[in-house]
Design a protein around this ligand. Structure first.
Ligand code: DX5
Ligand code: ZN
Length: 258
């Protein structure tokens, strides 16, 4: 159906000294109202000017900040830990979406929650007791998400779909920004949306990896609602304009949904 009667909603989210925050989001109508959000991944930002880069992305409509945590074991790269999350917490009022690409996530969930994470996602492949890990995230007052790598079938999530706030579908192999989108991810998103309908579940669908102007339409039409983008926001040009263009493309895709 052609939805989208409420194209863009802007609301002031309060002000902090030296930081003007405007939150924008795109609401679309499918079977019911769906909120499409852009979650810039700071992995591709200039860390020496992180707060400024984030402010620009927020001015462009970002409503969530995606924070990639890598340990050099689960993925072949090392990034940041709780101190950076704590600093971001002071610099923005946006919810912090902390994507744990680490072994033994249970060991670190409390530290990230204490640092100010709002959403925490753990990889299905990184924890032996997924149910326990997701419960732990919720016990610490955060929204709980489960992540699947490109080679992991969505069917492996059947037993946890009623206990997550969101499912993150990796559309690249985790570890690095700026990789090429894996097209099979679109079908996984579609399957997940179908499973959600069948179960009457309420989790949201997030997608991460290679999201740019040429891929965002396909994932939105398939059912993705939270769109992570690193390189496409911070890689080149102005993060504000980049974010605006991505959200515009996402909205246009919702109008094409049949
Ligand atoms: C990859 C990370 C992503 C990454 C996305 O392991 O989980 O969040 O930053 O970057 P782009 O959008 O550049 O593919
Ligand atoms: Zn990520």
């Amino acid at each position: 159906m052609a939805g989208g009667q409420l194209p863009v909603v802007n609301r002031a989210a309060g002000e902090k000294p030296g930081l003007r925050v405007t939150i924008s989001a795109v609401y679309v109508s499918r079977e019911s109202s769906v909120l499409i959000e852009l979650a810039p991944s700071i992995l591709s930002a200039d860390f020496a000017h992180l707060a400024d880069e984030v402010t620009l992305a927020v001015e462009g409509g970002a409503t969530l900040l995606h924070v990639d945590v890598m340990d050099g074991h689960f993925v072949p790269n090392i990034t940041i830990g709780p101190p950076v999350v704590a600093s971001l917490r002071k610099a923005t009022e946006l919810p912090l979406d902390v994507h744990l690409m680490i072994e033994n996530p249970d060991q670190y969930v409390p530290a990230f929650a204490d640092a100010g994470a709002d959403w925490i996602s753990v990889h299905q492949e990184a924890t032996r007791h997924l149910n326990r890990s997701l419960s732990l995230v919720r016990q610490h007052g955060c929204k709980a998400g489960v992540v699947i790598n490109p080679a992991t079938p969505v069917q492996t999530l059947g037993e946890v779909l009623d206990m997550v706030d969101f499912v993150l579908v990796m559309s690249v192999n985790p570890g690095f920004g700026g990789q090429k989108f894996i097209p099979g991810s679109v079908e996984k998103i579609r399957k997940l949306a179908t499973m959600r309908n069948a179960k009457g579940a309420t989790f949201r669908i997030e997608v991460d990896g290679g999201i740019a102007l040429d891929t965002i339409g396909d994932v939105v039409r398939a059912g993705a609602e939270i769109l992570v983008a690193g390189n496409a926001v911070f890689g080149r040009g102005n993060p504000r304009e980049n974010a605006e263009k991505l959200l515009k493309a996402a909205h246009e895709a919702t109008l094409q949904k049949v």
